[in-house]
Unconditional design. Structure first.
Length: 354
């Protein structure tokens, strides 16, 4: 019976295999066809499932509404987070039905191009009065630039003339309010209950990636002899997981730095049932890959900074999440993203009573 065309190659391969085996070698099997790498899978959800209620604000006698920190009842400590309510600014007030600015002023605390400097200074005095009962309590603010630089604040006069370029500051001097300005980024406050030292940090995604909070706790240990078990921390309002859509480059950056990066991201789908059922109705002439169909990648900066506090040695019970998504609750907070850059600034403040 003639040998089939399929048998010859098999016989030849068997001969090769036999000779390789005698020489103590083996033929490498044919590699399987390579498959395209699959993107990492994240928990899928909708924005509505991630939205959390806005925290309850406290209204001071002067009309300022601010957020105290639950459980922080130390008699020597000042601390809190401002909202947009209760000030004198009109630059960012929403228009009413007639198109005129709303009657009530707002608490813009940043020296922005759209607002008057004197109005901002008056707003800062209102916040100081609300939190410390003394409008003359000095603020120490920074020139923030999304870094992990931390400075030691000691003199309010020097800070007024030449504000430090940094995104974190700490002090053991009484009578000062350390201030961090935000309009979506995450503010983090830390206090040492034993050494009576305090710190404030500005953590956007870049600062978070650079571990500003984790580094800040380490700096407190060096400067004041702080022990992690004596520290308490509060994470204030900022853009939440529900709203903070980012690109793949942010995911790559976080994966290069944190072993738990995968836990910080979610795939968030549009909850509109019409859009999800009939996606072809929403096609545009934009290039493929640039359409707003399908999921977007969201990152949780609050959890990222909580993880850093834990890595620095704080216990879970010592960390308070005051919360409030700035983009969801624009009636209460300023949001740079929600207002397309036309936003005032809030402040997270902490200090030591005299």
């Amino acid at each position: 019976m003639p040998t089939s065309s399929r048998a010859k190659p098999a016989s030849a391969l068997n001969t090769v295999d036999s000779r390789l085996l005698n020489a103590g070698l083996a033929r490498s099997p044919r590699p399987a066809k390579s498959r395209p790498a699959r993107n990492p899978r994240f928990e899928r959800t909708t924005p509505e499932e991630l939205i959390t209620p806005a925290p309850a604000a406290r209204r001071a006698a002067n009309g300022v509404q601010w957020l105290p920190i639950p459980g922080w009842n130390l008699p020597w400590l000042w601390a809190g987070f401002s909202t947009r309510k209760g000030g004198l600014s009109r630059a960012y007030s929403a228009a009413d039905a007639s198109g005129l600015p709303a009657v009530a002023g707002e608490l813009n605390l940043g020296f922005t191009a759209a607002d008057d400097r004197e109005t901002v200074l008056r707003n800062r005095r209102l916040l100081a009065e609300a939190i410390t009962s003394n409008a003359a309590t000095p603020f120490i603010a920074l020139r923030q630039f999304h870094s992990n630089r931390i400075v030691h604040a000691v003199s309010p006069d020097a800070s007024r003339r030449h504000p430090h370029k940094a995104d974190g500051q700490m002090t053991a001097e009484p009578g000062l309010l350390l201030a961090i300005q935000t309009a979506d980024c995450i503010p983090v406050l830390v206090a040492d209950r034993k050494q009576r030292a305090v710190a404030a940090f500005h953590a956007g995604w870049r600062g978070t990636l650079k571990r500003i909070v984790e580094s800040g706790v380490g700096t407190m240990r060096l400067a004041f002899g702080s022990r992690p078990q004596d520290l308490i921390a509060a994470i204030g309002p900022g853009i939440g997981l529900c709203c903070y859509a980012v690109g793949d480059e942010v995911l790559s950056e976080f994966e290069s730095q944190f072993s738990y990066a995968h836990d910080l991201f979610r795939e968030v789908y549009d909850a509109d049932p019409v859009r999800r059922k009939y996606p072809m109705l929403f096609l545009t002439q934009r290039a493929p890959g640039h359409l707003a169909l399908g999921p977007s990648l969201h990152v949780d900066l609050v959890e990222a900074n909580r993880r850093q506090l834990l890595s620095a040695g704080l216990s879970p019970q010592s960390i308070q999440i005051v919360g409030g998504c700035t983009q969801c609750h624009t009636d209460l907070f300023f949001s740079h993203r929600a207002s397309h850059g036309h936003a005032g600034r809030m402040m997270a403040v902490i200090g030591i009573r005299r």
